[in-house]
Design a protein around this ligand. Structure first.
Ligand code: FA5
Length: 342
């Protein structure tokens, strides 16, 4: 075989390749040139029979032709495939047999879910939702709530101070009481005030530095401690079921008199019960009491005319009690394995 024969072989193969219209034709072309008995293979296997002085030139040319044909056939293959796909798409634009593409669905954060449960229960009892600010003055966060400067009770609510003197991130939703009273006095009030609170304190499985509270406030003529206890008990039974135990203890807050705290019993069969409840079996969910006369006065009411009750509850602790969640830090960690369970 001569160099000319190689050039002819290349020309012929390229012309035939160009004429291939589909994959079957391409396969036949491949067999003809690169199959076991293919023409290109035969040309390559002849290298050994070429006279020595022409062998190098022949070998080089044979390899060049081989590479050229391989490259051309790959390009043609891609082109044919694309044409076949385009033809099938235009003939059959919708493939109903393809499985659908699932869209990841979002959901409400568990903290939002529990807040909505709280709203629904209090809405049934005639409480309106009222929103107040997260950044407060010391006056609202402490003073109007009967905690003047240097009052030792301020230690219970250590907080984050902003760079503006006297402006703090609120430590509880109770300053909202003053805002509502000042807007509503002398009319009766029945509201809940949900929102984020901040405290500079040690983070533990039960306490975060950022957490939700829901404040409650009812003011009117003749409201008594019995109304407070009835409201809280009705709420707890709706939230946790009628069989769950509610414990009311006496306590102290400067802005209520008398003051109480409310505990719910931790699920009995949960192995973490002792750890979460410090061995008592109870977890505190709220502080409450009868609004202190001084606070009523700061709100614009006459304590000789009206009385009122107030409470401040921790909705995240309630979700913990519902599902025996053993660490409040899970709420803000954004671990999908936790969030997806709600
Ligand atoms: C108060 O904050 C009072 N303002 C409650 C109150 C309102 C009393 C109206 C009387 C009248 P206390 O610090 O105990 O009280 O918090 C109330 C509830 O908020 C707690 O029972 C708990 O459920 C929740 N809570 C308090 N601190 C944290 C914290 N660091 N992390 C998560 N939840 C908390």
């Amino acid at each position: 075989m001569s160099l000319d024969a190689l050039t002819d072989l290349e020309k012929q193969a390229l012309a035939e390749l160009a004429a291939c219209a589909d994959e079957a034709a391409l396969r036949a072309w491949n067999t003809k040139y690169f199959g076991d008995k293919g023409l290109m293979k035969a040309a390559l296997s002849k290298i050994g029979t070429i006279p020595k002085e022409q062998r190098a030139a022949y070998g080089q040319e044979a390899n060049r032709v081989k590479v050229a044909l391989t490259t051309a056939s790959e390009a043609k293959q891609a082109q044919v495939k694309e044409a076949a796909l385009a033809a099938s798409l235009s003939a059959n634009p919708l493939d109903v047999t393809l499985p659908g593409r699932p869209r990841p669905r979002g959901r409400l954060h568990p903290a939002t879910q529990i807040l909505r449960q709280v709203y629904a229960i209090f809405a049934d009892m005639g409480f309106q939702v009222y929103r107040t600010r997260e950044v407060e003055t010391e006056q609202y966060n402490f003073e109007y709530l009967n905690m003047p400067e240097h009052h030792p009770a301020r230690d219970m609510w250590d907080t984050f101070f902003t760079t503006t003197p006297g402006v703090v991130l609120r430590t509880h939703t109770s300053p909202g009481q003053i805002h509502v009273m000042r807007e509503s006095a002398p009319n009766p009030v029945r509201v809940i005030l949900p929102g984020m609170c901040y405290r500079y304190e040690a983070i533990t499985p039960r306490s975060e530095i950022q957490f939700y509270q829901v404040e409650g406030l009812a003011i009117g003529e003749g409201i008594t401690m019995a109304d407070l206890k009835g409201t809280i008990t009705a709420f707890a039974h709706r939230m946790f079921g009628p069989d769950r135990k509610v414990r009311i203890r006496s306590s102290y807050f400067p802005f209520t008199e008398p003051s109480i705290e409310v505990d719910i019993d931790w699920p009995k069969d949960d192995p973490n019960r002792d750890r979460l409840t410090k061995g008592t079996g109870w977890l505190e969910i709220m502080g409450a009491g009868m609004v202190h006369p001084t606070v009523l006065r700061h709100g614009g009411y006459d304590p000789d005319q009206v009385t009122g009750f107030a409470f401040g509850m921790g909705p995240q602790r309630m979700l913990m009690l519902q599902h025996a969640i053993d660490d409040i830090r899970l709420f803000w960690q954004n671990d999908l394995r936790f969030l997806r369970q709600f």
